[in-house]
Design a protein around this ligand. Structure first.
Ligand code: BDP
Length: 605
């Protein structure tokens, strides 16, 4: 059961939502003694920092950028008098990776997991018609008992350091919007929608949860604001005649309005934009509204200059414009659930989203994706701590599905990225993780996980759990790059022939493939890292994709260059972007645009 409502904050006739974005007081807690020093009553110093943002890239000291431990935020928040008698919450879009929230010196709540929202109920603690001191302790230490996995080491001089088991910078802080919200004591807590389409008529079955027993009614408005259907009761169905379907890159959004009332008195009202569409996997096809779709697009990151992993509304807009320009129709939220505003935009723009939980780094090594190649025996899921990790992982899946289930853009759940599946110990773990996703998602969307390059047919013990087989493959980069690319192609085809021989009758999607490329490098003839090589690599890869009928999608790694931990394998970040980190095209962008604008939506359908 969910601890709190995951509905996006919204002002309606009965609700209020005030954004607390802006400057917050901020300090690092180098000794980790903030509580002893009474930080919950007020933090140290006068420094202020923007929210939402990662804290790391504002400062000029390396010690701050690399800081691992507790950081503290503080803001004075005015709670209006007229909210007395309502439920009042603080709502954090995310706090990476864990947080404790204090109001007027009292601890209200804690939350574990850095990429999903949570509420702090301040109804009782808040001082009304007055300013309240909100203090948040955020901790960014990595462990193997929470996702994403990694370690925190201590350097000889006593400073802590993050050692991610994954390939992106450990950005952290209050990276998403914070709201102060008020809802009636009896309020809409959650809802589930499922769709059935027959001919021109759609049936929307709905299931509403409220915190009380009063009557519920629902109404559906079309894009002109006309009522398309309505019904009464917490559970029921809406029949929509001449329904406008939500289609790929051609979205139609209805407004779904839920009301609780007591006779003529409105108790609560909530509304959300929804899209009528079905999604399923049938044989080797991914079907949207019964028609086959071929995925073209990216593995992305929430990552940009200055704000790091912080949600930036302008960067989001630019990214969607670039994705449209290049002819993409989909992306995977590698490697964590993204900011909610991004799904709202994908709903509006008609993009297909593979929604990924932050289960990355489930492999026993530091640069795990490199070590996978060595055949080293790891058995990640056999640790004593595995049950603790599993619990956190399942909770994150529950929160992700609760948050994202009513977005038409979400067509599949990715439940892990590149886990260790070479050992039987992974099987019971996968069973639980795939089981809970199926149970919680009323739309029964397809589930998947991204297979690391050593997870080939005779090694991987878990691909049978996937409804869509998602492969991360780097033939021509980590395997036989440069002048050896012809051999890379042979090995690539050999692996795909082995998958084909299994006759799985499931769709395959490439959720990663790519080559690091410096936006500044040109070389004729090509060398690895040059833009010429990225093109050469893509030509080879695209030919391979085109020769196998069961490949139903290509999501290149990565949309844009992104920040990673420093090291010999990364030149100030991962440079596999088709766009630079500043969102300008590399040569490969034009090659992909040419291909993707031509490939029909039902390619190989
Ligand atoms: C895969 C990971 C991804 C990395 C990518 C790479 O899923 O996070 O960034 O490879 O090496 O292992 O570029």
């Amino acid at each position: 059961m969910l601890e709190y409502s995951m509905l996006y904050p919204k002002a309606t006739q009965t609700r209020r939502a005030i954004s607390l974005d802006g400057m917050w007081k901020f300090c690092l807690d180098k000794e980790g003694t903030g509580e002893e020093k009474h930080f919950p009553d007020g933090i140290l110093g006068k420094d202020v920092i923007p929210v939402p943002a990662s804290f790391q890239d504002f400062y000029t000291e390396k010690e701050t950028r690399e800081f691992t431990g507790d950081v503290w935020y503080e803001k004075e928040v005015f709670v209006p008098e007229e909210w007395k008698g309502k439920k009042v919450f603080l709502r954090f879009g995310a706090a990476t990776h864990r947080a404790a929230v204090f109001v007027n010196g009292r601890k209200i709540t804690e939350h574990e997991g850095g990429f999903l929202p949570f509420l702090a109920d301040i109804t009782e603690t808040a001082c009304y018609n007055a300013f309240n001191k909100v203090v948040v302790k955020v901790n960014n230490e990595l462990t193997v008992t929470n996702i994403p996995c990694g370690e925190t080491i201590t350097l000889p001089d006593g400073r802590k350091m993050s050692k991610p088991y994954f390939d992106f910078f450990n950005y952290s802080g209050l990276q998403r919007s914070v709201y102060l919200i008020a809802v009636p004591t009896e309020y809409v807590f959650d809802f589930d929608l499922t769709y059935q389409i027959s001919g021109r008529t759609a049936e929307i079955s709905y299931d509403i949860q409220t915190t009380g027993g009063h009557d519920v009614s629902v109404s559906l408005l079309d894009e002109d604001g006309k009522e398309a259907a309505s019904a009464k009761g917490k559970h029921g169905a809406l029949e929509v005649k001449d329904a406008h379907l939500w289609q790929v890159r051609n979205a139609y959004l209805y407004r779904f309005i839920v009301r609780i009332s007591d006779g003529g008195n409105l108790i609560d009202e909530y509304e959300q934009e929804i899209g009528i569409r079905t999604v399923e996997v049938k044989g080797a096809s991914i079907l949207l509204n019964g028609s086959p779709v071929y995925l073209k697009g990216f593995g992305k990151h929430e990552d940009s200059d200055i704000v790091g992993r912080g949600f930036h509304i302008g960067v989001m807009k630019r990214d969607f414009e670039l994705m449209k320009w290049i002819g993409a129709n989909s992306f995977r939220t590698a490697h964590y659930p993204y900011s909610e505003e991004i799904y709202q935009m994908a709903d509006r723009e008609g993009f297909l989203v593979i929604d990924e939980v932050a289960a990355v780094g489930l492999f026993e090594s530091l640069m795990n994706f490199m070590e996978a190649n060595t055949g080293k025996k790891t058995a990640f899921f056999e640790k004593e701590t595995t049950p603790v990790l599993l619990k956190a992982h399942k909770k994150a899946i529950e929160e992700m599905i609760a948050r994202d289930k009513n977005h038409p853009c979400v067509i599949a759940w990715s439940l892990l990225n590149e886990p260790d599946t070479s050992n039987e110990a992974a099987v019971p773990y996968f069973k639980e993780v795939f089981g809970i996703a199926h149970e919680l998602d009323k739309q029964k969307r397809p589930r998947t996980f991204a297979l690391i390059m050593n997870s080939v047919p005779d090694v991987c013990k878990c691909y049978q759990f996937s409804d869509i087989i998602a492969l991360n493959r780097y033939y021509g980069w980590y395997v036989k790059g440069g002048y050896e690319i012809s051999e890379a192609e042979q090995l690539f085809r050999k692996e795909l022939d082995a998958w084909k021989a299994l006759n799985l009758d499931k769709p395959f999607v490439f959720t990663e493939y790519g080559a690091d490329t410096l936006g500044t490098e040109h070389k004729l003839p090509s060398v690895m890292w040059s833009q010429e090589y990225q093109d050469e690599y893509l030509k080879m890869t695209n030919e391979v994709f085109d020769s196998y009928a069961f490949i139903k999608g290509e999501q290149i790694w990565n949309f844009a260059d992104f920040q990673t931990t420093e090291g010999i394998l990364r030149v100030n970040g991962n440079k596999k972007g088709v766009f630079t980190r500043q969102r300008q095209p590399k040569d490969a962008a034009y090659l992909l645009k040419k291909r993707w604008t031509k490939l029909p939506l039902d390619y190989k359908g």
